[in-house]
Design a protein. Structure first.
Length: 239
């Protein structure tokens, strides 16, 4: 691609691949960094394509060292307690992603025209993973919730599965407990902790010392340990 770079946008460089180039009026040199899984280069106005190409080649060793791990990649298989999700490529519908769920396996087939380095691709894969999780959440989470409630001697008015994934659970003043579908990605013991947390709210609606004592009792004395583990848990979806 000879000539000058006259507009910000995505450009393909032979050794680097697709780079999002941003023209900045006050830039005096070429800088590059990873942003949202994609390489972004900031360049001065009126810079030649070949000059950017050469600069990126020089920066390549350092950029490879700081390149973030990809959230998803072709050939990936993610294992969860009751199901798995595989990501593969397909070329017969190159502009689309195709999702299938044949229990216990979900598949996401990525069209060949999707760029795996782009944030939009990662976001779309994440959305399909959420759809698979939403499909199986009721049959996975509700039996476990009923079992734990029976063990601790509590009876919510109702259990529901919520479509949000930022709030993992909620207990209403009426005693309705909503669990996020996203906790199907948890190992079983962290799911149990999330359920116990909401069950404790049937007695204490706040997070008082009494609430934590109840939750700790439901968790067999492991509330603090499980809370710390939950905070470190890396979700396989974009939240």
């Amino acid at each position: 691609m000879p000539g000058y770079i006259n507009a910000s946008g995505n450009y393909r460089f032979e050794d680097i691949g697709i780079v999002h180039v941003v023209i900045k009026a006050n830039a005096r040199s070429i800088h590059a960094r990873w942003k949202g899984g994609q390489l972004q280069a900031t360049v001065p106005p009126g810079v030649e394509y070949d000059v950017v190409d050469k600069a990126l080649r020089n920066l390549e060793p350092r950029l490879e060292q700081i390149k973030p791990d990809a959230l998803y990649y072709i050939g990936q298989r993610m294992e969860f307690p009751e199901f798995a999700i595989e990501i593969s490529s397909q070329s017969y519908v190159p502009d689309k992603m195709i999702m299938r769920y044949d229990p216990p396996l979900g598949t996401i087939q990525v069209g060949s025209r999707w760029d795996m380095s782009k944030p939009d691709t990662m976001s779309q894969i994440s959305k399909y993973m959420c759809r698979i999780a939403q499909h199986i959440a009721p049959q996975v989470l509700l039996p476990q919730a009923h079992q734990i409630a029976s063990r601790v001697g509590k009876a919510p008015l109702m259990w529901t599965i919520s479509n949000g994934h930022r709030t993992l659970g909620h207990c209403s003043a009426k005693g309705v407990i909503a669990l996020s579908y996203a906790i199907v990605f948890f190992p079983v013991h962290l799911r149990e902790f999330a359920i116990c947390h909401e069950l404790a709210h049937l007695t204490e609606m706040n997070h008082s010392p009494r609430f934590h004592a109840i939750c700790d009792d439901y968790c067999g004395g492991r509330e603090s340990e499980l809370h710390s583990e939950l905070k470190k848990f890396k979700f396989p979806i974009i939240r």
